[in-house]
Design a protein around this ligand. Structure first.
Ligand code: ADP
Ligand code: GN1
Ligand code: MG
Length: 364
């Protein structure tokens, strides 16, 4: 708990009087609190302690966020009927004129305006929401396509570089620092058997057939906030907005938005990809991006969910072998449980891959 939440809050130029603070949300990276202020008509806020083990260069991270949020605000406010206060993530400046503060223990903090009356989905329960989420991600990518100025910083180097992640996986296996390798032979084998197949998007990128664009890179479905009528409001968690392939965003949204079970479901028989959620998401996404995507990007769109689910299984397993250094965990074997659920999800996608491809062929 941020015992000093009031003190931290007072370092920012926020309006309203601090009332209380409580942990908020289900993100795996930062520590997040909701700060409520006194008075019904005043904004509430999201206070975050930035995870600077994951984001090593906080000034660069925040510079990206400043540029991206300013650009989105400008573009969204030009859309008739838009409500920038609810549709854009808004950061609050500190008294020192920065978008973050550094406390005397070396921790970094930032403050966002809380978007009230939103709903976010760890599990998606209808094709309508999947469609709406797809449209929101497609629109987000389009809005950022003309971001002016220099390229964004790579806030996490090689974030979706699956080949590098494979190397890290192998190195971690070799070190086996937590002595867990003997208990995960099947999972390790599952990952290793697929390494060649999973390099294709990167290979096509190197050949210049898939372009580098500005992407979100963490399109977990709960990073899309919805209003109470099921309309998408705002995309949050902008820390990894940087150069990347559109496939990462499409794939990760399907990984999280078309799985009928939780990302860490213990009962593996419950885990599967729902093809109607996949189709609805793809339809919404392509309604915004059909004109932009080139033919190779379209051809490999159906493969993206398999790749991102594979990558995620490998990331969770790497962290498990490494002794749980990266993701927030809620119990001892949480990262293994997450790995197993992602493996089960990938099997379900592999079983439905032909159908996924024919849906995309129909839609593009
Ligand atoms: P993490 O990288 O740890 O996932 P996020 O930036 O996604 O961190 O924030 C964690 C959670 O906090 C989100 O899933 C969401 O529930 C909530 N959240 C973050 N920013 C806002 C905001 N501006 N308004 C409302 N809720 C927010
Ligand atoms: C993290 O930040 P959050 O919880 O939305 C992670 C994603 C993973 C996801 C798995 C910066 O996302 O890449 O896909 O967990 N974010 C970072 O749940 O590593
Ligand atoms: Mg998040």
């Amino acid at each position: 708990m941020a015992e000093n939440a009031k003190e931290l809050f007072d370092w920012f130029l926020a309006s309203g009087t601090f009332l209380d603070a409580a942990p908020f949300g289900s993100g795996h990276i930062h520590k997040t609190w909701l700060i409520r202020t006194a008075g019904q008509d005043k904004d509430d806020y999201i206070l975050q302690q930035i995870n600077n083990n994951v984001f090593r260069n906080v000034p660069e991270l925040q510079e990206n966020l400043e540029r991206v949020t300013v650009h989105l605000k400008k573009k969204i406010s030009a859309i008739p009927g838009s409500d920038v206060r609810r549709e854009c993530l808004q950061m609050i400046w500190s008294r020192e004129g920065k978008s973050w503060i550094n406390d005397n223990e070396g921790n970094f903090w930032r403050l966002f305006v809380f978007i009230p009356d939103h709903i976010s989905y760890d599990i998606v329960d209808s094709p309508e929401k999947a469609y709406e989420g797809g449209k929101a991600i497609g629109r987000f990518q389009a809005l950022l396509s003309d971001l002016p100025g220099k390229p964004l910083h790579e806030t996490i180097p090689s974030f979706h570089d699956v080949e590098k992640r494979m190397i890290t996986f192998l190195e971690t296996i070799k070190r086996d620092p937590a002595g867990r390798l003997k208990s995960i032979i099947d999972e390790t084998d599952f990952i290793l058997r697929r390494t060649d197949k999973m390099k294709i998007i990167q290979q096509l990128g190197r050949e210049g057939k898939i372009p580098v664009r500005i992407t979100h890179n963490d399109t977990k479905f709960n990073n899309i906030l919805f209003d109470k009528n099921g309309k998408s409001l705002c995309i949050i968690d902008l820390d990894t907005v940087m150069p990347g392939y559109f496939h990462s965003d499409f794939g990760d949204a399907i990984r999280t938005g078309a799985n009928v079970a939780a990302e860490d479901e213990k009962e593996l028989s419950k885990v599967r990809m729902d093809i109607s959620l996949f189709a609805a998401y793809a339809e919404g996404y392509l309604s915004e991006t059909r004109e932009t995507l080139n033919s190779t990007e379209k051809e490999y769109l159906a493969f993206a969910p398999l790749l991102l689910t594979y990558e995620q299984a490998m990331r969770f397993l790497t962290d498990y072998i490494d002794g749980d250094k990266y993701y927030t965990i809620h119990h001892e074997h949480h990262n293994l449980q997450r790995t197993q659920a992602q493996i089960r999800l990938l099997v379900s996608m592999e079983e439905q891959y032909e159908e996924m491809k024919s849906i995309i062929r129909r839609l593009v």
